[in-house]
Design a binder for this molecule. Sequence first.
Ligand SMILES: Nc1nc2c(ncn2[C@@H]2O[C@H](COP(=O)(O)OP(=O)(O)OP(=O)(O)O)[C@@H](O)[C@H]2O)c(=O)[nH]1
Length: 372
Amino acid sequence: MDTVKKSSPIPVSLLTGFLGSGKTTVLNHLVQQPLFRRTLVVINEFGAISLDHLLVAHSNETLVMEVGDGCICCAMRGDLAKVLKDITWRFSRNGVRNYDRVIIEATGLADPAPILHTLMTDKNITAHYRLDAVVTTVDCIHAMDTLDHHPEAVKQAAVADRIILTKSDLIDEQQRRTLQQRLAILNPAATQLLAVNGQVDGPSVFSANLFSIDQKTPDVVRWLNAEAYAGNPSSRYKSVRHDAAQTLYSSKRSIVKQPDINRHDDHIPSYCFTFDEPIDPELFEGWLDLLMTVKGADILRIKGIVNMRNRTGPVVIHGVQHIFHPPVELTGWPSDDRRTRIVFITRNVPRSGIEDTFSALTGCAALPTNTH
Ligand SMILES: Nc1nc2c(ncn2[C@@H]2O[C@H](COP(=O)(O)OP(=O)(O)OP(=O)(O)O)[C@@H](O)[C@H]2O)c(=O)[nH]1
């Protein structure tokens, strides 16, 4: 396992969001800010609005959402890897790189998973870059309908670290709250930010920094945001929904708005497990291998800090479907809280399925929680 090194690689973030949801508008605003002047933007296609910025590269990657049961996430993402390699010399002068951050703007229909896999596992990329944040724009006007009809939009929101709600000037407060609640159910840990005509607070968006250049202790707690899964006002709504118990619905109908159970995000449960006791590393690895083999394609995102037996610091795990970032052992715990916390966003994988295999294979039982 790697340990955190003093000089960190270049942060690279993924900006995703459905067609016309405002990605370029947000970028155009950000790259005018002093903090983002030295940001190089890799664009996956030419959008309606051109980017008014000097540091722009293009990629021809076709990253369209998988359909049916097939998983395209292992397909080589050669073009993106090549672009990220080429820009190191194309955007350098006298041997000095003239960017210190990269944002990849994906096409509206792109599946974020293959891009994240490339960023997490391609050796040429991981030698120079580190994944910073996955940011998803959600268009307030069309989002309810888009989420209902386009599974790719649901996945884009589900894997996000940050969700930017665009065009909030075009809806009323109640509509915005309803959308925000739906997104909070889909992805409790993602921070939601409002943008009008692309105006959004840059540092809040692109600084999910797990391994920040200037931080000795990575802000792993903020990155994990496990607290968001507990006491989430929407969790009651979701647990009702995921019980899929029509009988339960009938008794709670008066307090909880009944969702349309055919919506795509109804099949994306998310939850957080907490464990008190240190976990045997080999047993943990065995459980993770099994889970990824059997359900990898349906684990949309997994993040965790794990208290491994006989280790000083926690081990950070981060996976997108069945591909894992190499686990990183930190030199120390960020606080006195030394419990293992693992968050999952899945597609149709019930909490009990994960919890039961974990207990059976590691001998550790999850602490009871009011999360979903
Ligand atoms: N009223 C309003 N319009 C917005 C806002 N953000 C974006 N738009 C408009 O929405 C349209 C689409 O914005 P883009 O930034 O091109 O969206 P995109 O996601 O980059 O689009 P594609 O790359 O084509 O998928 C443009 O006409 C923008 O001017 C906003 O906050 N308010």
